[in-house]
Design a protein around this ligand. Sequence first.
Ligand code: NAP
Length: 515
Amino acid sequence: MSFSSWICVPITETACEPFLGAITEAARGADVIELRLDFLPARELGRLLEALRERRVGEGKRLLFTFRPVEQGGRRELTLGERQAFWRGLSAEVVAQIDLADFEMDLAESFAAEESPIPWERVICSWHNFDETPGDLIERYDRMARTPAAVVKIATQARSIGDCLRLFALIDHGRGAKPVIALGMGMAGLTTRLLALSRGALLTFGALRRGAESAGGQPTVAELNDLYRVRELTRETEILGIIGNPVGHSRSPLMHNAALRALGRDGVYLPFEVEQVDDFVRDFVRPATRQLDWRLRGLSVTIPHKRAILSHLDRIDETARRIGAVNTLVVEGEELHGYNTDVTGAMQPLDRRMEVRGARVAVIGAGGSARAVCFGASERKADVTVYARDPEKARLLAAEFGAKAASIDAFQGEADILINCTPIGMHGHSEGQSPIRADALQGVGLVYDLIYTPEETALLRAARAAGRPTLGGLEMLLAQAGEQFRLWTGLSAPLDVMGASIFQREHHGQPEAQQ
Ligand code: NAP
C-alpha cells in the first residue's frame, strides 16, 4: 500500500446499526475510517462483524480496524490473550475488508515472533500515554519500528504546548524510516493534530462531530477539512494564530481562516492554548531561539497574555504602549513587534457614524476594553466619563486619559454616546441583564455595546425600545481583526467574508462566552 497524508475519522458508536450509519457519514470527509470495535458491546460487535462479512462498507475509503483495551485508552476490559484470540478469530471475509489494523505495541511484539493474523504491511503499531509526553519518544519509536509493523503510531497527553515540540521532532525522526503518526492529546496538543500532515505525518484524526471524539482535543473532520484545510498545508505555509488560555471558544480562527481562504493565500490561523507565555515565545516564536522551523508570521494575543507579552517585544507601537496591552504580534525578520488593534476596532464603527470630537462619552467599566475606548475617545478630544462599580478603578483610569470618573449607579443619561465595556449581558455570563437602567437611556444619543454574543443584548434592546440608535460589538470584533490581518499580510481584510464566518455554528461547541 502506498502511504499518503490522510484524515482519519474514528467511529465511536456503541450499537451495530448506528455504527454502520456513521461509517457512511464519515466516508464523505475521511480518507481512512477507523472502526473502534472496542466501543461495541460483545453482542453488537458480533452483529457488526457478521454484517462486514456480507457487504463492503465505507466505499472507496480505507478501513482501519482497532480493538483497544481499557488500559490503552479503549473501552473493553481485555487481556492480551483475548486480544490475540480476537484478531486470530476474524473470518477471511472480514480480514479481506481490513486495509489497516491497529496493534498496540504489546500485541505487535507478541505476534512478531509468529505469524500475524493480519499481513504486517497493513499493521500500525501503536502506543499511548494518557499522563504525559515523556522525553524518550525517539527510543520508543525505534523499538516499535523494530516490529514488522508498517507504521508507528505514538499518541501522548500534552500537558503544555511545549510537548508538541517532542512530537514534531518524532515526525522528523520518522521521515525516511517507517511512516509515523504522532499526536498530542488534549487542547495543548491541538497544534500537532492540525500541523501533522504538513510536517510529514501519515494521518491525523478528526471526530465525526462534537461528542464523537475518540481522544481529548480531537477537532472535527469538518474543522480539519474546511476551517484549517490541513491537507493543503505544507512546511512553507504561513502560520498565524491566537495565544491565550483558554482559546477554545475564540472566533478569531473562523474569521482569519475565512479571510486567508477568500484571498487564496497559503496561510492558516491556529489556536494555541498557552499557559507560559515566556516559554512559548522562546520555543515557538522568536526566530533566534525557537525550536520549530515554521513560517510564523504573527499572533493575536488574548487573555491572560496581553500585558505579559510586552516584555518580549523588540518594538511596541505608540498606541499599545499607552494602553499598556498588546493584542497583535508581528514577526518582522528577527524581531517581534507589538500592536493594539482594539482602539481602531472600537472607534472605527463610531467614526463611521458620528463626530466623536467634543461628544460626551460615557464609558461603562474600567477594564481592558474601557482603556482602549478611553484612549481612542481622548485622542479624538471627546468629553469622557468613566463609570465603574469600583470608583477607585474608575478614578485611576480616568486620570490617565484626562477623563472624569463616577460610580456606575450615578449614570443618569447625560451622554451623547454610551459604551458598555463590561461583560454584563454577555452570553454565558449574565445574558438578559443590563449594566444601565432602561429609564437612564432616554437622553443618550447612541448606545454602543462591545458585547457581540448575543448580537442584541438587553442593553441594546432597551435602547431600541427607547428609540435610541444602537451599535453592537460585532463591528468592533471585525474591525480589530481586519486591522490585525492588515498588519500581518499588508492586505485589506475581506470583512464581509470574515463577518459571515462568525455565524458558522460548528466551531468548538458555539455559541459560548465571547473573548
Ligand atoms: P475586563 O478587562 O475584564 O474588564 C471588565 C470590566 O467590567 C471591569 O471594569 C469589571 O469591573 C467590570 N465588570 C465585570 N462584571 C461587572 C458587573 N457585574 N458589574 C459591574 N461591572 C462589572 O474585560 P474587557 O476585556 O474589557 O471586556 C469587557 C467586555 O467587552 C466583554 O464582554 C468582552 O467580550 C467585550 N469585548 C468585545 C470586543 C469586541 O471586539 N467586540 C473586544 C474586547 C472586549 P472590576 O474591575 O471591578 O472587576
